[in-house]
Design a binder for this molecule. Structure first.
Ligand SMILES: [Mg+2]
Length: 318
């Protein structure tokens, strides 16, 4: 038996990224939520994302419509992260052998439906079958129309860090129906309020370091400001087999851990200048969670103490 060398997704991406160099043709190479490719005078945004049975959904539990929507909406969330508009998409379906053409039709119809809702038609693709589980790949083309693209590398010392909504516990169901924050992203970018952005697909503790690394800065998160989704409490109640009750200090840490580390919230992590209260912050539902510093590394301020924040968010093994 050969020995498999384990490599994390981050290591793999970092290896590719080191070879990526911006050029006239590819002004935004690998390293952001979408790449930017110049065609004539137009900047075209390009990205691909896939979902697989047993990793991103459970074929026994989720309907074809749910699965198809997730496959598409994850891509649209990447468009939101760049503040661009989804323009058109293609999809590949790798179907479990013997399931019949009904599944392919149901998936395609659902992808087409969600695409139309975002004015992003499904324009082609490929289907095949194999002995494994269902895999859907979606590739999206985006356009900027004078706003963005917002990259991961624009954060500067003194910037504030915001999230677009409460975090954690998406496993209870929200992970299947991402809400791409495209309108918010374009509103912020259009007003020059955002310097760097990413969508929280792998958890704040893993996605914030990506912005810091790309920008050559560090950050501190104020634990008391991190908005914890009510799903975290539901999840803990289910896990512990008890309802709402006294939350011990350990319980508070566990709750915070879910908000920082759980993946697939698909909220935006926004880095930009300080936004005043009267300046849309409340209207837009932005929650300030920390700040950017020149010193590298990502830190967590909790109870007056500052410690290194561990990246414990979702990581695919390769
Ligand atoms: Mg992303």
């Amino acid at each position: 038996m050969s020995k498999t060398v384990q490599m994390s997704e981050s290591d793999f991406l970092e290896k590719i990224r080191r070879r990526a160099v911006a050029s006239d043709r590819v002004p935004i190479p690998i390293g952001d939520d979408l790449a930017g490719v110049r065609v004539g005078h137009e900047l075209i945004m390009l990205g691909s994302d896939q979902v697989a049975d047993g990793v991103h959904f459970d074929f026994r539990e989720h309907s074809p419509r749910q699965i198809a929507r997730k496959a598409v909406l994850r891509n649209f969330s990447d468009c939101a992260a760049m503040a661009c508009l989804p323009h058109a998409m293609t999809a590949t379906l790798l179907l479990p052998r013997g399931v019949g053409s009904g599944l392919a039709s149901a998936l395609t119809e659902a992808m087409d439906e969600v695409g139309r809702a975002f004015d992003c038609p499904l324009v082609g693709g490929d289907t095949g079958s194999w002995d494994g589980g269902l895999v859907i790949g979606v590739s999206v083309v985006g356009r900027c129309e004078g706003v963005g693209p917002v990259l991961r590398g624009g954060a500067r010392a003194g910037d504030r860090i915001y999230v677009s909504g409460p975090l954690g516990g998406s496993i209870l169901g929200r992970h299947m129906e991402p809400v791409p924050r495209i309108a918010l992203a374009r509103a912020l970018a259009g007003r020059g309020l955002v310097h760097a952005m990413i969508d929280l697909s792998d958890g704040l503790s893993r996605d914030l370091p990506r912005i810091c690394t790309a920008s050559g800065v560090g950050a501190t998160i104020d634990a008391a400001c991190v908005p914890i989704h009510e799903d975290v409490d539901r999840l803990l109640a289910m896990k512990l087999g008890k309802g709402e009750g006294h939350v011990s200090r350990t319980g508070a840490e566990v709750r915070l851990g879910h908000a920082l580390d759980d993946g697939e919230d698909y909220e935006l992590l926004i880095v930009g200048r300080e936004i005043e209260d009267g300046e849309m912050k409340a209207d837009l539902g932005l929650i300030e969670v920390g700040w950017v510093e020149a010193e590298s590394g990502v830190r967590l301020m909790r109870g007056g103490r500052v410690e290194e924040m561990e990246s414990r968010g979702w990581e695919h093994g390769l």
